[in-house]
Design a protein around this ligand. Structure first.
Ligand code: DUC
Ligand code: ZN
Length: 460
């Protein structure tokens, strides 16, 4: 007998409307969405007074990341349990680098070892470029054929790529329908200021922010936009945009109908640079750093004006205890990154929708639909539509939650949002027709998530 679930009377966010609907789930798919479905079902869920959305799609996580001598706290099991409990049902992970000189497939194969049999939600990876040569360029079509259609390039860190290398990548990717996602910061500027501050003994967390300021990011954003224009308007995805200065360039590029897609993260919308002056300022070391407060309003407005298309977590957790010990209040010795995969949907719903900063429809677009489109997963993922995977999240808008790390499932000893008062929280997460979280309790099986082969060429 086939298992069916009928979700009744929920306020459903379907493609162009927000309306009370019934949703029938059959064999892991959304079978029917109608005003009133009266049929027998194996299970009936009364969603009266609740909001029903497509499962969240988080296209920027760093599970199992090896960063120098540190390993990020969450692996594909703990990280995806946390994701599911926070209303996210699809992950596209930014994989770490492989050994020096390795091909494109090698780190991807390593990440299959990490994720297969562990992930509890469906997943994919972005490929990563750590060097560029003929062999790498020739490998691109093969990787795209294997269903990995987006790739990351860094303008900073050990494998920072130069303009010529990035240009070659864009030309090749454009030809094969791939997408380049870029971490934009000016490497030389960031290194110069970091070394100058250290030489002057200025090691406190705030010097992390001062060493790589908004213009250091915006210069690189603008350079990338120019390079993608030079490459014949090659599609460009800019990860974790944090500042007004960057938005100014992005806006200009988009007005010229250039395919530049911008992502931001909850931390850049909700936290600011002043936190670096706190005694626990090390908790907030991430790259790009938190910005001055006026940037936050610009980012929220940019979501509404559609300069920003996606919100991702950039989940990259390191314990605060480790940060304290390893770094001894020296920002340059602190591993970079914040946890956020579990809190992305709850924060964006409460701070965004319930605080009237964004509409419910826009909330779903930036957290579910657009991330799925950008990564070639739409309409399988990211939308409540007949025939789509039954990845469905029910949010109770009346539920009040004081966020604390003790209620979260992530494997890290703090949340940057401790004490945030949330209005509304996910109460049920369904993945491929299976209820895997109910009332913040994970009910699924380890390894139930499947690798997703992605399509090319659909970005927006
Ligand atoms: N920034 C971080 O803070 N962590 C992971 C990678 C990155 O770019
Ligand atoms: Zn990242």
């Amino acid at each position: 007998m086939t298992f069916s679930i009928l979700i009744k009377n929920g306020k459903a966010v379907i493609e162009n409307e927000v309306k009370v609907k019934d949703i029938l789930v059959l064999d892991g798919k959304i079978h029917k969405i109608e005003d009133n479905i009266n049929t027998k079902a194996s299970k009936i869920i009364d969603a009266s007074g609740k909001v029903v959305i497509p499962g969240g799609v988080d296209i920027h996580t760093h599970f199992n990341l090896h960063a120098g001598c540190y390993i990020a706290q969450d692996n594909f099991y703990t990280g995806t349990v946390a994701a599911a409990c926070g209303g996210t049902t699809t992950i596209v992970d930014h994989i770490g680098f492989g050994p020096e000189g390795c091909g494109l497939m090698q780190p991807i194969e390593k990440y299959h070892e990490y994720a297969d049999g562990n992930s509890v939600v469906d997943f994919s990876f972005h490929g990563v470029f750590q060097h560029v040569n003929e062999k790498i360029l020739n490998e691109i079509p093969k990787v795209i054929d294997a269903g990995i259609t987006s790739f990351k390039a860094y303008m900073v860190y050990d494998y920072a790529l130069g303009d010529e290398q990035i240009l070659k990548l864009m030309l090749k990717l454009k030809k094969h329908g791939g997408l380049l996602a870029v971490h934009c910061e000016n490497n030389k500027v960031a290194k110069f200021y970091k070394n100058s501050f250290l030489a002057e003994g200025k090691t406190e967390p705030v010097y992390h922010a001062k060493s790589r300021n908004d213009i250091c990011e915006a210069e690189a954003v603008n350079r990338m936009i120019c390079l993608s224009k030079i490459a014949g308007n090659a599609p460009l995805y800019i990860v974790h945009v944090s500042s007004k200065a960057s938005i100014d360039y992005i806006k200009l590029a988009q007005m010229g109908s250039h395919c530049v897609i911008a992502e931001t993260c909850p931390q850049y919308l909700l936290l600011d640079e002043s936190l670096y002056y706190n005694v626990d300022g090390m908790k907030y070391i991430l790259t790009p750093p938190l910005r001055k407060n006026h940037n936050l309003t610009v980012l929220w407005n940019s979501i509404n004006r559609e300069y920003i298309s996606t919100v991702a977590s950039d989940h990259c957790p390191f314990n605060y205890n480790l940060r304290k010990q390893a770094a001894d209040n020296d920002f340059s010795r602190c591993p970079n990154g914040l946890p956020g995969v579990e809190t992305r949907i709850p924060l964006m719903f409460s701070e965004g929708v319930m605080n009237f900063k964004i509409s419910l429809k826009r909330f779903v677009e930036i957290n579910c639909t657009n991330p799925a489109k950008v990564t070639g997963l739409y309409p399988k993922k990211g939308v409540l539509r007949e025939g789509s995977d039954a990845d469905i999240v029910i949010i109770d808008p009346d539920k009040k939650v004081t966020l604390s790390n003790s209620m979260l499932h992530q494997n890290v000893d703090y949340t940057p949002y401790e004490g945030f008062e949330l209005q509304g929280y996910p109460v049920l997460t369904m993945s491929n027709g299976e209820i895997i979280v109910e009332n913040n309790k994970f009910l699924g099986q380890k390894g139930r998530g499947k690798f997703l082969k992605r399509k090319t060429g659909i970005f927006e």
